[in-house]
Write a protein that binds this ligand. Structure first.
Ligand SMILES: [Zn+2]
Length: 310
């Protein structure tokens, strides 16, 4: 991306990773057996228009079921200059699958997208950041299946997900039988000694935009890129109200509140910072990882080793 393609206000900042998980909310959140609806297409098209207006490019982690139902949408994402990567096939959490089930889920989604695009898919993001501390075996399989990077690790001690021991910046993952992967962990900030999510999802939706801006600005000033994540459905304020399925009140609040503000906030985010797909960062990974490595090559009893290389 040339500097002139972005607004002048952003010229001094680093480029950050922009990403969207493309899924249909009822299917991914309420019941994995529900059909994929046209809302995912309509919401994603709105996101594409928004990004196009700001000439921002990103990575779209597309669910296999979405690629199956809406192949034209997947081609449109690619034709707009974005990267298409995989979000797995049916949104089942990695740490609830057996390794073999996980392999089939990744393979199925990757093959569907590759058939639609005629291009190789190199990136993966787990549903609900479900490559947890107990599911690091997933890296071995991703690597064996030909993926080159992953962006599923939330490096904090969350109630539902997160890997507290993980590095908060991109790192290499060494696996036993296959080439190393690169991990782009989701952005966190440290407050009172604890890391917290900071650049996407509920945090972005529920808190004032200036907080996100402050976090990313501060990271960029320290030479650190942010890895953001959003969902096309987050710009759809009517979805929860019109949803034909029963939704628990807790979910109505946690997933529906302030969706009406998200599009305007995204616009400000696109205006204030520079954005690019994750694949653009792979080439300079050697520099940005600073030698951080997750080593999975030892005997299983030793567990994973997080280390800094000289
Ligand atoms: Zn998802």
């Amino acid at each position: 991306v040339s500097a002139t393609a972005q607004p002048a206000a952003a010229a001094r900042s680093l480029t950050n990773i922009l990403s969207f998980d493309v899924e249909d909310w009822p299917q991914s959140t309420l019941d994995y057996s529900l059909p994929i609806t046209e809302r995912v297409r309509d919401n994603t098209l709105r996101v594409l228009d928004l990004l196009g207006a700001w000439r921002a490019r990103g990575t779209f982690f597309v669910l296999g079921l979405v690629a199956e139902g809406f192949p034209d949408l997947v081609r449109r994402i690619r034709d707009d200059g974005h990267e298409v990567a995989t979000h797995g096939h049916a949104h089942r959490p990695v740490d609830k699958m057996s390794p073999e089930e996980f392999r089939q889920d990744v393979r199925r989604s990757r093959d569907l997208i590759q058939q639609v695009l005629g291009e190789t898919v190199i990136g993966y993001r787990a549903p609900d950041f479900s490559i947890s501390g107990g599911a690091l075996w997933a890296f071995e399989i991703l690597s064996e299946e030909g993926l080159r990077y992953d962006s599923s690790i939330f490096p904090f001690a969350g109630p539902r997900y997160g890997v507290r021991a993980a590095f908060p910046r991109p790192f290499r993952v060494l696996t036993t039988h296959a080439p190393p992967l690169v991990e782009f962990p989701l952005t966190t900030i440290t407050r009172l000694g604890r890391r917290l999510p900071a650049a996407g999802g509920g945090y972005f939706r529920l808190f004032p935009y200036v907080l996100t801006r402050r976090v990313i600005r501060s990271l960029n000033e320290n030479g650190i890129e942010a890895t953001s994540y959003f969902h096309p459905y987050e710009i759809d304020p009517d979805e929860i109200r019109k949803c034909p399925y029963p939704i628990p009140w807790s979910l109505r609040l946690s997933q529906g509140l302030l969706r009406s503000r998200v599009e305007a906030k995204l616009r400000r985010l696109l205006r204030d910072f520079r954005w690019a797909p994750a694949r653009d960062f792979l080439a300079r990974t050697a520099a940005i990882t600073g030698g951080r490595v997750l080593d999975l090559t030892g005997p299983p009893k030793d567990g994973p080793r997080w280390r800094e290389e000289a």
